[in-house]
Design a protein around this ligand. Structure first.
Ligand code: SF4
Length: 210
């Protein structure tokens, strides 16, 4: 790991000592459902919905009792709820029939499930199973490319470059730090560069300086 990457991680760790997964869940299954729900929706909104949903339907077997209409009714405040409802119920059947009712813990198996792309799989791997993974969401993509730890045009290449640049033992931490920094300082519009603790290491800041 080069000194720039190492310093950035050190400084962000100091800045965000409270980092954690922001989607409320108690089991890998609940995290999988919450992550599917979170596409193009805020974590806050998802947590509001899942609070009651997971109280009434805490397990896979409970979800298998839900009809599509019932689930749609439960999640209708969330964007794309019809598609998400369809995918979640299909995913539940796949879990039961192909994985013995357990959420699998490999990228390949997770991405074979309905509604589960690489990002969702990486979120579940890292947060539910502690498997080193870097899920590249909009924050991770923007912040890592601005800093210059990655220099990629798409999320897959960003993920691969981050895996190269960061020690594997720090992948989960780095993923969370980049998300927090994106939410709290390195905004998509008008990043707060003047207050940014890592500005001296940031390519975007250096190139934007008069
Ligand atoms: S200096 Fe600005 S662009 Fe760079 S990481 Fe900080 S907030 Fe983001």
């Amino acid at each position: 790991m080069n000194s720039k990457t190492s310093e950035v991680i050190k400084l962000l760790t100091k800045e965000y000592p409270d980092i954690k997964c922001l989607l409320d869940h108690e089991t890998p299954f609940q995290l999988l459902v919450a992550t599917i729900l979170s596409a193009q929706t805020t974590d806050k909104k998802v947590n509001e919905i899942t609070k009651d949903l997971f109280r009434d339907y805490p397990t896979l077997d409970d979800f298998l009792l839900l009809t599509r209409e019932e689930l749609e009714e439960r999640i209708k405040q969330i964007g794309l709820y019809r598609n998400k409802s369809k995918h979640i119920l299909l995913m539940c059947r796949q879990l039961k029939e192909q994985f013995g009712g357990e959420v699998p813990n490999t990228l390949e198996d997770l991405t074979s499930l309905a509604g589960v792309g690489r990002k969702t799989a990486n979120v579940v791997l890292s947060n539910a199973f502690g498997v080193p993974a870097i899920a590249v969401d909009t924050h991770v993509f923007r912040v890592s490319n601005r800093i210059g730890i990655a220099n990629a045009k798409n999320v897959l290449n960003t993920e691969l470059q981050l895996q190269e640049a960061v020690d594997k033992s720090l992948w989960i931490l780095t993923h969370r730090l980049l998300i927090f920094h994106g939410r709290r300082c390195c905004y998509a519009r008008n990043p707060n560069c003047d207050e940014c603790i890592i500005k001296e290491y940031c390519d975007y800041y250096k190139s934007a300086k008069p």
